[in-house]
Design a protein around this ligand. Structure first.
Ligand SMILES: *[C@@H]1O[C@H](CO)[C@@H](O)[C@H](O)[C@H]1NC(C)=O
Ligand SMILES: *[C@@H]1O[C@H](CO)[C@@H](O)[C@H](O)[C@H]1NC(C)=O
Length: 278
């Protein structure tokens, strides 16, 4: 196929040469043909097509290995918890500290809130949706404010504090718009401390139970690969975190992308087939 492409190209060149010289003398056209002949001959002589295929495959596998090696550092951290926002009862974890200038009807009856209402939270985070059957692995500490004049939309700004496992004591800073009418909301991870120093990512925020004014929210936190972590401020410097852990805490997984291997090898096989069979 490579050979025939070259010939096509030479044909085009021939045409160009011919139209340029308008009925060119025999000489110029036959020169072009002889170039084409030489290239084909070199290709045929240099290597059999099988050898080219093997070389190509080898090259592509090497590239795949390189990409995979580079990817070893590139892991995404995924944390999963349930947050329990308890407003009612004698042991609330969420307390309203600012009452907006409510009119006669609340802005967001679904939340029992009005524009400007602001609540401070110290909500427990657990591994499963049950707040009692599952140990507390962290806390969401911060506030939310009803910040839409027309809907049940909250402005959330809070820190996730991990209180168990290898991330104990580390925090993740979350800020975002929580449109409670949507099934799944996306909030930003804008930073962190400890194992999450320089963190960036996002949180998927999904209400799984609503018993106004109390709510249970499922959180999926995704953090971009972060090499700048695991250093204690006291200089004690625990070494880098291990790759995956579920030790005494929420389900914590890191994913490594092996996909480039597959792509590289597939490209190699396809390339060999192309050289051999086209
Ligand atoms: C987490 O860290 C705190 C403070 O260093 C410590 O008191 C507590 O025992 C730790 N908890 C776990 C489960 O490791
Ligand atoms: C911390 O760094 C290590 C090694 O650099 C990395 O494997 C790990 O995924 C990082 N953890 C986070 C939470 O980014």
């Amino acid at each position: 196929m490579l050979g025939s492409k070259l010939k096509d190209w030479d044909k085009m060149k021939d045409t160009a040469v011919e139209s340029e010289q308008t009925k060119a003398p025999l000489g110029s056209s036959s020169r072009a043909s002889s170039i084409s002949f030489t290239i084909s001959a070199i290709l045929d002589m240099a290597a059999s097509r099988g050898a080219i295929a093997v070389l190509l495959l080898l090259l592509l596998v090497l590239v795949a290995v390189q990409l995979e090696a580079a990817d070893d550092d590139a892991t995404t951290t995924h944390l999963h918890f349930f947050m329990h926002d308890i407003v009612s009862g004698s042991n609330p974890t969420a307390v309203q500290v600012i009452k907006g200038p409510a009119s006669s009807s609340p802005t967001a009856p679904s939340l029992g809130m009005s524009f400007g209402d602001t609540t401070v939270i110290d909500d427990p985070l657990t591994e499963t949706s049950s707040s009692t059957a599952s140990p507390v692995v962290g806390r969401m500490q911060g506030l939310y404010m009803l910040s839409s004049q027309s809907g049940a939309v909250l402005m959330v700004t809070a820190n996730i504090l991990l209180t168990s496992g290898e991330y104990n004591g580390s925090t993740i800073a979350v800020i975002g718009r929580d449109d409670t009418a949507a099934d799944v909301r996306e909030l930003s991870v804008v930073g962190g401390t400890g194992k999450f120093r320089m963190a960036s990512g996002y949180v998927l925020w999904k209400t799984t139970a609503m018993n106004v004014p109390d709510a249970t929210v499922e959180l999926d936190v995704y953090l971009a690969p972060n090499a700048n972590n695991g250093t204690d401020i006291d200089g004690g410097g625990s070494s880098s975190g291990s790759k995956s852990s579920s030790s005494g805490g929420a389900t914590m997984m890191t994913r490594s992308f092996g996909g480039k291997w597959v792509v590289g090898v597939a490209a190699g096989v396809l390339g060999s087939w192309w050289v051999c069979c086209c």
